[in-house]
Design a protein around this ligand. Structure first.
Ligand SMILES: [Ca+2]
Ligand SMILES: [Ca+2]
Length: 125
C-alpha cells in the first residue's frame, strides 16, 4: 500500500484581474514495487474551515475535482492538482476564508481510497 511521504501541500495564486484563484495541491507518496507503473485514481476535495467559529457548524464543501488516473513512475512519486475556483464559490463567510483540501488516491481497480488533508490556507475573498 502506498504511504504519504509528507502531508500534502496547498498553495494559491491570484492572476491579476481574474475572478478565479488558482490552487495547487501537491502530494508525494511512496509506492510499493508492485504498484509502480500501475494505474491509480486520484481526486481532491476543497473545504472552508469553520473550526472554532462561534456559528461555524460543519466546514463548507467548496468543490471536488474530477477523478483522474495516473501511473506512479518511481517509488517516491509526486502528483499535483491545478484547480481554478471562482471567488464567489470560495466566499462562504464575511471576512477571509480558511481553505484546505483533502486528497483521495487509490489503485484504479480498488474502491477504498487513502486520504490526506492539507493544512489550512488563509485567503482574502
Ligand atoms: Ca471559516
Ligand atoms: Ca469572505
Amino acid at each position: 500500500m502506498s504511504a504519504l511521504v509528507a502531508p500534502p501541500t496547498l498553495s494559491v495564486q491570484q492572476p491579476a484581474d481574474s475572478s478565479f484563484l488558482l490552487f495547487t495541491v501537491t502530494f508525494t507518496a511512496r509506492y510499493a514495487p508492485h504498484e509502480i507503473g500501475r494505474q491509480f485514481a486520484r481526486s481532491c476535495a476543497f473545504f472552508e474551515s469553520d473550526a472554532g467559529e462561534p456559528f461555524g457548524g460543519d466546514d463548507d464543501h467548496i468543490t471536488n475535482t474530477p477523478i483522474e488516473t495516473y501511473f506512479p513512475s518511481s517509488a517516491e512519486h509526486t502528483e499535483r492538482f491545478f484547480v481554478e475556483i471562482h471567488k464567489d464559490l470560495l466566499d462562504t463567510e464575511s471576512g477571509g476564508e480558511e481553505i484546505y483540501a483533502i486528497v483521495h488516491w487509490r489503485p484504479a481497480n480498488e474502491t477504498v481510497s487513502q486520504t490526506a488533508r492539507t493544512s489550512e490556507l488563509p485567503i482574502a475573498v
